[in-house]
Design a binder for this molecule. Sequence first.
Ligand SMILES: N[C@@H]1[C@@H](O)[C@H](O)[C@@H](COP(=O)(O)O)O[C@@H]1O
Length: 245
Amino acid sequence: MRIIRAKDYKDMSRKAANIISAQVILKPDSVLGLATGSSPIGTYEQLVKWYEKDDLDFADVTTVNLDEYYGMKPENDQSYHYFMHDHFFDHVNIDPSRINLPNGMEPDEKKECARYDAVLRSVGDVDIQLLGIGRNGHIGFNEPDDCFAKGTHCVELTESTIEANKRFFVSEDEVPRRAYSMGIHTIMTAKKVLVVASGEDKAWAIRESCFGPVTPKVPGSILQLHNDAIVIADEAALSLCGDFL
Ligand SMILES: N[C@@H]1[C@@H](O)[C@H](O)[C@@H](COP(=O)(O)O)O[C@@H]1O
């Protein structure tokens, strides 16, 4: 696991966008695993800027997203489908037929998990998986658990995640309680994993994920076993790692 120290959110975002753009330049038909949340927004903004300057071409890129809220219509502005279009897809020349996300509107969990796993198999290896991290160390929506989930699954969100995500909703009651998420095994098969973390509220998750025991109680800790995992974290997110760096 490589840890790259960033000055602040902007610096973190530029560093992450640099790694993704190098990937797309070197391999124009890359498969990008994409993430939502406030952490990667700056990365998408930077990629869009470079695209607008004609420095990047996404025409042959395929994307797979980590997760989606269960029961959420894609046109709902809190859906991850909406988020991805709003922050990235609608601003670059990505082919809509190469965009893949879990379908939150499929009520049959078994069916949707099997469908999305088949999609993931059909696109082949993910070249770079971008990840944010939850305050409790969750990645995608793989919440702390007794074991690591393998493939796509439907998750009950923890109180800590509901609490953290309520800032995006009018009231806590509106925060969905369940979500579809790519599994840990799928995340671990990506050729490269890129975690972006900013702010003090991520400090515990970053310390435990990078230097704590590898345990499903802190899902991000499994990334210590990945052979090409990069964590780009700002000073605040690294503030509890002092003794280890
Ligand atoms: N499913 C997403 C995660 O993919 C994201 O990493 C996490 C942290 O979000 P933020 O970056 O807004 O702190 O939030 C959600 O739970």
